[in-house]
Ligand binder design. Structure first.
Ligand SMILES: CC(C)(COP(=O)(O)OP(=O)(O)OC[C@H]1O[C@@H](n2cnc3c(N)ncnc32)[C@H](O)[C@@H]1OP(=O)(O)O)[C@@H](O)C(=O)NCCC(=O)NCCS
Length: 151
């Protein structure tokens, strides 16, 4: 897909930033899609974990379309925002951007975006209700995407 995104800027909170390495490449020399999917789940899970104040399990991931290849040395950035707070689950919208440092001018491309749903779980793996404080702030969090809960 040759979507133009020069005017588009990342939307959301930067939850993960890492450099793709030769070990993350597939036999074609580009970055392996499975590695990118792992970064996506890791970034969104960190936000879900914080919001749910404890363990979460990935229950669903929407379709993922890769618009451009990611190359070795690109800086992969995952921007997240919480879009839905349910009774036991939260949904996170994620944008994965790659910063192309190989050119003289640093530029970036939107590689993919998707939605991931996490269920808050107890120690035995069963679902648990979301914390009351999260439900209380549901409206504002769904509007702005996040309220960091870090001391
Ligand atoms: C997560 C799990 C505990 C949920 O238990 P469950 O009894 O099946 O839960 P439910 O069907 O009632 O769904 C729980 C919540 O998830 C949501 N949900 C379930 N399937 C969904 C889907 N396909 N898309 C979006 N949301 C979904 C439900 O709407 C519900 O949300 P709400 O309570 O906020 O309204 C259970 O399905 C499980 O253990 N799955 C495996 C998880 C896993 O191993 N993930 C990979 C590694 S982390």
């Amino acid at each position: 897909m040759t979507e133009k995104n020069e005017d588009k800027r990342p939307n959301g909170f930067l939850m993960l930033r890492t450099m793709s390495m030769p070990k993350d490449a597939n036999p074609n020399g580009f970055i392996f899609g499975g590695w990118l999917m792992s970064q996506i789940d890791t970034a969104a899970a960190m936000m879900a974990f914080e919001l749910c104040q404890g363990m979460v399990a990935t229950v669903a991931v929407k379709e993922i379309t890769f618009n451009h290849p990611v190359t070795i040395g690109d800086v992969v950035c995952c921007y997240c925002r919480c879009t839905h707070i349910g009774n036991t689950s939260v949904t996170i919208h994620l944008e994965l951007w790659a910063r192309k440092n190989s050119d003289e001018r640093i530029n970036r491309q939107l590689i993919t975006e998707t939605d991931l749903t996490y269920v808050a779980i107890a120690k035995d793996g069963s679902k648990r209700p979301l914390p009351e404080s999260l439900i209380k702030d549901k409206e504002i969090i769904e509007k702005i995407g996040y309220l960091p809960n870090i001391d």
